[in-house]
Each structure stands twice: as C-alpha cells, then as structure tokens.
Design a protein around this ligand. Structure first.
Ligand SMILES: *[C@@H]1O[C@H](CO)[C@@H](O)[C@H](O)[C@H]1NC(C)=O
Ligand SMILES: *[C@@H]1O[C@H](CO)[C@@H](O)[C@H](O)[C@H]1NC(C)=O
Ligand SMILES: *[C@@H]1O[C@H](CO)[C@@H](O)[C@H](O)[C@H]1NC(C)=O
Ligand SMILES: *[C@@H]1O[C@H](CO)[C@@H](O)[C@H](O)[C@H]1NC(C)=O
Ligand SMILES: *[C@@H]1O[C@H](CO)[C@@H](O)[C@H](O)[C@H]1NC(C)=O
Length: 954
C-alpha cells in the first residue's frame, strides 16, 4: 500500500518540525504561555502562531525569555489569559488601542515583578482592578485610560514606590481616593478624571516631598468635602483640575503658594466664601473658577496682576459692580474672558493701546451692562445678550448669538480638486495630494494653557513635532475638527500619512507610531499640556495577503506533508466532490449569477464582484451564530436584519429576505450590481451578498448609533445639538448628491426619510436602503415614469400626482428631513403635516420669516438665529410644490457648508468625534414600503419605528 509509505514520511516531517521548535530561541515554558495567550484571542497579528514566538509581531526575547510585548493598535480581539502572570521576565506590556481586547485584567498580572510599564489605553477591560496591584514593584508607567474598570482603586496602589505615570482616567471606578497615594513620592502624574470617585480628597495624598508631581487631574468625578490645604505644599505642580465635582467650602488661601501652576480649574463645584487673592500665581495662563457659589463680590482687583492669564472663566460666580477697563488693558496675553451670568453693570470698555492682540472672545451674557464704548476692535467677539444694553440696541452685533472662532485645520486648499474614497478610510495626503490610508485618531489635551483655536502658529508646531518624532515625512500630518469638548479638553483629530509614498502603513509602522503615542515618547509643545490618544481601527492591507515568517526548510516540510495529506483526502473524497460540483454547475448555468461564479472552486477564495463579496450560506450562518435571536437587530416586511461578525472582525448587518418575499433572481442581481457600484462615506457601505440555498441576503457595514429618527426621538442616550444636526444634514446631503451627480448612471433614492439615515459612533450620517432606488438611464434622462413608491409625509406631491420621478423628488424628501432636524417632530403627527404648518406660520409672520421658531426643538433653541433661519429657508425651498423651483442636491450641499462656515466650523471635517458612545447599541435597516392601500396617519406615525421593538443590549 503506497498510503503506508506516505504516512511514514508524513510522521517523519512532523517530527522534524517538532524538533526544530524545541531547539528554537525561546524557553519552552514561555513558548507555551504565549500560545495560551494567543488561544484566547479571536483576532491577532498574522505572524502570531507561526513557529518562532520571538519573531511574532511585538514580542521581544532576551536570554530565551519574553521581555516585552509591544502590540498597540494591532486589532487584537478577545481576553487576556491569566497565563500572562507566568511571563515573569516581562519588563513592558503595551496592548493599548485594541478596543476589542477586554474581559477582566487577570489578577496574576501582579506576579510580573520586573514589569516597569503596563499600558492598556483604549481597550475594553472591565471588572475590578487586582487587589494586589501594589505588588508590581518595578512599575513606573501604569496607564489604564479609557477602559471599563469598575469598583474602587486598591489601597495597595500606594506600594508602587517607583511610579511616575499613574493614569486610571475614563473608567467607571467608584469609591474613595486611597490615602496611600501620598506615599508615591516619585509620582509626576495623577490622572483619575472621568470616573465616579466619591468621598473627600484626602489631605494625606499631598505633601511637600512629592517633588515630581506636575499634574493632578481629578475632574469629572463625584468628590465632595472641601479642597485640602495640603495641596498648597506641592512644590512643582503645573496643572490642577478639580472641576466638575461637588466640592464645597472655600478655596484654601495657600493655593497661592503654587507658583508653578499654569492651569487651574475648580469650576462646576459648590465652592463658597470669598475667592482668595491668587495674584501670586504669576504663571497661571488658564484659570476657571466658574459655576460656584462664592459670596457676592466685586471683580477682584488682584486679577489685574495675573499677567500670564490668557483664559479667564468667572461665569456664574456672583460678581457684581462695574467691569473696569484695567482688566483688559493690564492682562496683555488675554484670549478669552467668560464672565456671563453675573451681576456686572455699568459700561463695557475694551479700548486702549494695550489690549491684547489675541483677545477674541468676551462673553458677558446675562449681566447688567447698560452701555458699550465705541471703537472696540472688530476681531473681538462680544456677547451681551441678556443685558439691558440689548433692550435698547437690539441690532448691535453684540446682541446676536456670538459667532465662533474658526478653528485651525491643516490647509488642504492646494489639493482642492482631489476626491478620495473616505468611506474606505482614504484621506488626502497633504504632501502629495494623493489618496492614501492614514492612521487616524483623536488627541485629547486635558490641560492646555491656551484657548484660541485659530492660533495657526501653535498648531503648526504641533504638526511639526508629530511628524518629527513619529518619523514621518514633513507635512504629512493633517489636523482637523479642533474643539473643546464637554469636559473642556482640547480635542484634535489627527491623520498621519505614510512617509514612503505607498498607500498604507504596515503593522510594524503602526505599532511604532502607536507606541510612541502610548508611551508618551511623543511630547506635544508645552502649551498643549499632556495628552492621550485614542486611534480609530486601522485596516491592515497585508493581512489578506498573509505574511508568514517561517524558514524555508520548514515551509518545504509543511508543503510536502500537505501535498501528501491532500492526495490522501483527494483520493477519498473525489467521488463525492465530483458529484457535488456537477450539481452546482447545473444550478449556476440556469442562474443569472452564472457569470459571477467562482472561476475555480478549489482555491477557496471568495469571488469579487466589483468590490462586493459573495458569501455562502454557511459563512453567514456561522457569523450570525446560526441566525440566533440575540443577533437579530431588526424586522421588516421583507424579513429580518441580523448582526454578524465576519472572520476578518468586520461587524456587518445582514438583511435576510423572508422566503416568499424575496424578489426574482434578476431583480436581486440588478440590486447587487447597483449596490456594488456605490461607494461613499455618507452611504451605508455594501459588503456583499449571499445567494445560496434559495436565500437572498444583502450584507452591509454595521452602523451602530441607530437611525436619525431614533436619535431625534430621544431614544439614544445623547440628544443631538445644533452643530451635530448641521453635520448630519451635510453628510446626508453629500450622500444624496453623490447618487444624483456622481453615480453613473445617476440614481434616485426614492425613500429619503429620517429612518433611512443611519448614524455611526462619530455621528457621521450614512444614507441607507437603496431598495427603492431607480437608475436613471440615458433614454429617460430627465424623469422616470414609475409606480409611486415612498413613505407618506416625505413624498413629493408632484411625483405623487404625475408619477414622474426626478431627482427633485429626493430633494423634497430631504427638505422634510431638514424640517425634522429643526423640530425633531415626525412629518405627520396627529394628523398635522409639518411642511404645511411651517409654511403657513412663515407666511403669516409676514416678512419676519421667523414663524418656524415655534416649531423649533427646545434643545437647539439657543443656536445662532441667523443660521437657523438660513437652514429653515433652505428647507422650505426644498419642499416647494413645483419640482422645478427646488434646488439641486449639490446646491444644498454648498449652502449647508456655508452655514457651517458661518458657525465657525469646518465643513471639511467629520462630525464631532468622541461623542459619547451609547451603551445600548442598536441598528435599524429599513426596506421598501409600498404605498398602495396605506394612507392613514397611524401608518405615517409608525413608519419611523418599524423595527424599534427590538433592542439589543450590549
Ligand atoms: C527580574 O527580577 C529579578 C529579581 O527581582 C532579577 O534577578 C532579574 O534579573 C530580573 N530580570 C530582568 C530581566 O531584569
Ligand atoms: C456614582 O456614585 C454614586 C454614589 O457615590 C451613585 O449614587 C451613582 O449612581 C454613581 N453613578 C454612576 C453613573 O455610576
Ligand atoms: C507657603 O508654603 C510655606 C512653606 O511650605 C508656608 O510656610 C507658607 O505659610 C505658605 N504660604 C501660604 C500662603 O500658605
Ligand atoms: C452697579 O452695581 C453696584 C452694586 O450692586 C451698585 O452699587 C452701583 O450703583 C451700580 N452702578 C450702576 C451704574 O448701576
Ligand atoms: C518610552 O518612554 C520612556 C520614558 O519617556 C523613554 O525613556 C523610552 O525611550 C521610550 N521608549 C521608546 C521605545 O520610545
């Protein structure tokens, strides 16, 4: 029997491999441990699992033991095995920026006595911190920022005698601050912000021997009691943030001993008494004492001596009396002064030769100011709404909602004719103006010492530092979306481009860059203070091509063994395989998909149809957990929608037609062809389809923040503010404009409505559901005559009466969505049609077209009235009765961009990133709604909620 011989050779080769392994670099115990760690991961760098663990991505071996695991931003998924505690020679672990790496932090981690660095930023670790954390005797950097840790901070933390960097911010920790922190004499950074820590700030945690401490960040917790006066002992502190707590009592006067301070923020507490004289704080450039219950007092004179001040926030602190010109003329670094909600009176005077050139914002809303001196510099934006002055001078520019400073963003104007496929993660490389895939993320600066966001010079320096330290080509950094978030952190969206001109970064480049950011090797210019970075997931191109690191000898051995096994299996399975294949061939030849059939079934590669992938039923069955109920995220007339995770880690939404409701094969093919041609950042991405075992399924990218309708109806945790609504309008207008003008042939959506606009976690809007879409072919260029379909309330009346469909029908529906963005109301509610009512109200108000104000959602009521009005007028143009009077989609895009610019916002940047993530994610995909036989209000009401009965807890 030849089979016996083959078997013999096979065993021989396997033995050879085993032998090679045993002789490898690494001690066999560490080898086993690393493999045990790998076994708990469902996604890992491709080199992991190959023969020699010392050659795995990010693994460093010294003297046959594992000494470092540096694998940030590698797309690792799964949990961390308790075996990690047995890699006892480990000195550094960086697993940051792997958002799907989570579970508990194994208590065995404290056995790593040689560990100096443990960086787990931006993962999803949960559960409590190991009680014996203090056993990590060698540790100097412990960074657990942005995870989901709960419970209290172990008191053993006080035993980390060598610690310099201690960051536990952005978790869900509660309980008290351990007194033992006072033992950490080498500490430089206490970052505990954004948790739910409670109780007092123990006086014991500060003492004069803490000579290294520069940052104390306790903001956004639940702390109470008074500010301990031991704080005044810290010899070198530069940033102190205790804001957004429930602290009471007076500010201890010896705070003025902290002459090294640059930023002090005690805002949003219940502090009382008089504000002590802080004029000794000569280095402070950013002071926020706002929103406290201090005793009623005049504007303190000592403020005039704080000559480094550029940002002063004393809003809602009970100030009275006149506001002297001296404040502005003596503080020559001033950029921003916020004194709103006090009882300041008299005349506002910001004139004189010594007024700071950088002064750009003075907010005095809701005071008693009665007059203003003339000749105030144009550049200074002053708001006096809510002062007696505005009762008499209603037309003054100071009385309208203040316009905002246009923040800096990297200048891309010389690349203005370049369009990249942002949906696939592309961006414009500012060096070459070509499209490539940047590494993107957000930098959070928690204690910047400036506030003027138009300060080009400072941001250019930041760019330069970034490309220098990260070894990128000059100018290959793109900064955008710069703003202060709700915690008063300066957030900057960063895109980093590959230096060597190729499209994308490889794994070791990403790992190097990430580590320089997680390890704080990169230090921003001083005025930015410290930072942390949270990247977006990077899709590595190389993963699909596979890169093994095996030696050629081993490869040869494996190839030979595989060939032998293959022949064996082939011999056994040939008959069955042959039978199946001919059956399949017969099936395909009768199917419209025949030409798409995989060229060679044997390769196992999925066939590509213009970017869309073909999935087998079993693949989909597996990734949806056999279509389990818990994966179900929506139900519609046509069937159900499931959430699934592809082996690549991509999360998808799978629309599965019900048996019986599925369309004909030809129609299905047409739809797939249509979908696979459409790629745009603001259209829900089409991933592929399944046409197998009589099933028809469409696979889309998963968009996790629900529909616009749900977000407007308050079904998500956050409510949309005016800026977010503007960006959503812009995004969806861009998506539609793409369908009308750039898709070839053009496409009319036919069912634009808020329930068909999905939002992702960054609140980027994506238009969904092309189920009703109509392709406009050349022969019918101007209009398509068709059976009327769409959703009541959004339906173009002209299309309804003439059955002639043009792209202006989408414009009408879009106008209704814009009105929804203003009012948050459904288009038809309790028998009232919002388009008609607003039109009437605007007409009745004569030329004061402000009639829409009654319909305004209270949440956006204090938005800039001029921009609100422009937006409302644009919406009304869209819902003109006669199609020819409506603007085209590309015009609407331009108009919304211009409104955004008026708001001082960048129309090029994406929506506010880092909006809070809803804990309950859900997703909704809707499908066509034939209009026939439906015309009740009840129907219109339910339209937006067709799938809302299913909520998936996460
Ligand atoms: C780890 O620590 C032990 C003692 O604590 C020491 O003997 C050993 O050399 C250290 N290993 C490394 C790599 O520093
Ligand atoms: C924070 O802690 C307080 C008790 O100190 C508790 O009442 C509150 O529910 C907690 N908040 C959150 C969001 O966990
Ligand atoms: C400042 O610190 C010194 C020594 O630490 C102390 O003697 C002095 O009283 C402090 N001053 C204030 C105003 O607390
Ligand atoms: C401003 O307010 C102070 C204190 O309330 C008061 O004494 C003073 O007369 C006021 N001045 C003016 C001009 O109204
Ligand atoms: C990591 O940071 C430390 C401390 O800032 C620094 O000494 C070290 O060189 C950094 N490591 C790398 C590889 O950049």
């Amino acid at each position: 029997m030849p089979n016996i011989t083959w078997l013999f050779w096979g065993v021989l080769f396997l033995t050879a491999i085993k032998f090679h392994e045993a002789n490898g670099q690494l001690a066999s115990s560490d080898d086993t441990i690393l493999r045990a760690i790998l076994a708990e991961w469902t996604a890992a760098p491709p080199s992991w699992g190959t023969n020699d663990p010392c050659s795995w991505q990010g693994v460093t071996c010294v003297n046959n033991r594992v000494s470092q695991l540096i694998i940030p931003s590698m797309g690792i998924e799964g949990s961390l095995s308790a075996d990690i505690g047995r890699l006892t020679e480990l000195t550094a672990i960086d697993m940051s920026y792997n958002p799907r790496l989570g579970g508990i932090l194994p208590p065995t981690i404290v056995d790593l006595r040689n560990l100096t660095k443990l960086l787990l930023i931006g993962c999803s670790f949960s559960g409590i911190l190991p009680d014996k954390l203090g056993n990590l005797k060698s540790i100097t950097y412990l960074d657990l920022n942005t995870n989901k840790f709960i419970g209290s901070i172990p008191t053993s933390v006080g035993d980390l005698a060598d610690i310099y960097w201690l960051d536990m911010s952005n978790n869900e920790l509660d309980g008290p601050i351990p007194k033992t922190l006072g033992k950490l004499l080498k500490a430089g950074h206490f970052h505990f912000n954004n948790n739910n820590l409670s109780g007092i700030i123990p006086p014991e945690i500060f003492n004069e021997n803490m000579s290294a401490i520069i940052h104390v960040l306790f903001e956004s917790n639940n702390l109470n009691g008074s500010i301990p006066d031991t704080l005044g002992l810290l010899p070198s502190i530069t940033a102190l943030r205790l804001d957004r707590n429930q602290l009471t009592g007076p500010i201890p006067s010896n705070i003025s001993n902290l002459t090294t301070l640059i930023e002090i923020n005690l805002g949003y507490n219940n502090l009382s008494g008089m504000i002590p004289d802080l004029s000794a704080l000569k280095s402070v450039s950013n002071m926020d004492l706002s929103n406290n219950s201090f005793d009623l007092s005049d504007v303190p004179d000592w403020l005039n001596e704080m000559t480094s001040l550029n940002t002063l926030k004393l809003n809602s602190v009970n100030l009275q009396g006149p506001l002297s010109n001296t404040l502005f003329s003596s503080l020559q670094q001033l950029e921003k002064v916020i004194l709103s909600n006090n009882k300041l009176n008299g005349t506002l005077d910001i004139t004189g030769s010594t007024i700071s050139e950088d002064l750009n914002k003075v907010n005095l809303e809701n005071n008693d100011i009665s007059s203003v001196t003339p000749d105030i510099r144009e550049k200074i934006s002053i708001s006096l709404a809510g002062n007696p002055y505005c009762n008499t001078s209603t037309n003054s520019r100071y009385c309208l909602t203040a316009e905002q400073v246009k923040p800096y963003s990297t200048n891309l104007s010389r690349c203005s004719d370049v369009n990249c496929n942002e949906g696939d993660g592309e961006g414009i490389n500012p060096v070459t103006c070509s499209c490539s895939i940047p590494y993107m993320g957000t930098m959070f600066f928690r204690a910047p010492s400036f506030s003027y966001l138009g300060d080009t010079e400072k941001f250019l320096t930041l760019e330069k530092e970034l490309w220098t330290v990260l070894n990128l080509q000059a100018n290959s950094v793109y900064l955008s979306d710069i703003k202060f978030n709700e915690n008063d952190y300066l957030t900057v969206h960063v895109s980093l481009f590959n230096p060597d001109g190729t499209m994308a970064f490889n794994r070791s480049q990403i790992s190097d860059i990430s580590f320089k950011l997680s390890n704080q090797t990169f230090k921003p210019p001083d005025v930015f203070g410290t930072f942390y970075f949270i990247p977006e997931t990077y899709n590595f191109a190389e993963d699909s091509s596979g890169n093994s690191q095996l030696s050629t000898g081993i490869v040869a051995a494996i190839v030979i063994v595989c060939v032998i096994l293959f022949i064996l299996i082939l011999g056994l399975g040939f008959y069955a395989w042959n039978q199946k294949k001919s059956a399949e061939r017969a099936k395909f030849q009768n199917s419209p998909f025949a030409s798409w059939a995989p060229a060679s079934q044997g390769t196992g590669a999925a066939p590509q149809i213009k970017g869309a992938r073909w999935f087998s039923f079993s693949e989909i069955d597996k990734c949806t957990n056999k279509f389990s109920d818990s994966n179900e995220i929506g139900v519609g007339g046509y069937g159900k929608v499931y959430k699934g995770i592809l082996p690549s880690g991509q999360v998808v939404a799978i629309k599965r037609s019900q048996k019986g409701s599925s369309q004909g094969e030809l129609e299905f093919k047409t739809e797939i062809e249509l979908l696979s041609r459409i790629h745009h950042r603001n259209l829900v991405g089409f991933v592929g389809f399944c046409f197998d075992r009589g099933e028809q399924m469409l696979i889309y990218e998963f968009v996790s923040h629900g529909t616009l309708r749900e977000n407007l109806a308050g079904k998500t945790k956050t409510s949309l503010d005016w800026t977010q609504r503007l960006y959503i309008a812009l995004d969806s207008a861009r998506g539609l404009s793409y369908l009308h003008d750039l898709a070839d042939p053009p496409i009319i959506h036919r069912d634009i409505k808020s329930a068909n606009i999905l939002l992702d976690d960054n609140l980027t809007a994506k238009v969904a559901d092309f189920g009703l879409s109509k392709i406009v072919t050349d022969s019918e260029k101007s209009y398509v005559s068709t059976q009327v379909k769409g959703t009541l309330g959004y339906l173009d009346p002209e299309y309804y009466s003439t059955q002639q469909l043009t792209d202006r029908s989408d414009v009408y529906s879009f106008g209704v969505v814009m009105l929804e963005l203003l009012s948050s109301k459904l288009p038809i509610e309790k028998g009232r049609y919002i388009v008609r009512e607003i039109r009437q109200a605007m007409r009745e108000n004569g030329n004061g077209e402000l009639g829409f104000l009654d319909f305004l959602d209270p949440i956006i009521r204090n938005a800039n009235i001029i921009n609100l009005k422009r937006f409302a007028e644009l919406a009304m143009q869209c819902v003109e009765e006669e199609a020819m009077n409506r603007p085209r989609m590309n015009h609407i895009v331009k108009e919304i961009e211009s409104i955004l610019q008026n708001e001082g916002l960048s129309p090029t940047s994406a929506t506010s990133s880092q909006t809070s993530f809803t804990k309950r994610q859900r997703n909704v995909y809707s499908d066509q709604l034939p209009l026939k036989n439906v015309n009740s209000d009840e129907f219109a009401n339910s339209a937006g909620y067709r799938f809302s009965d299913k909520i998936e807890p996460m």
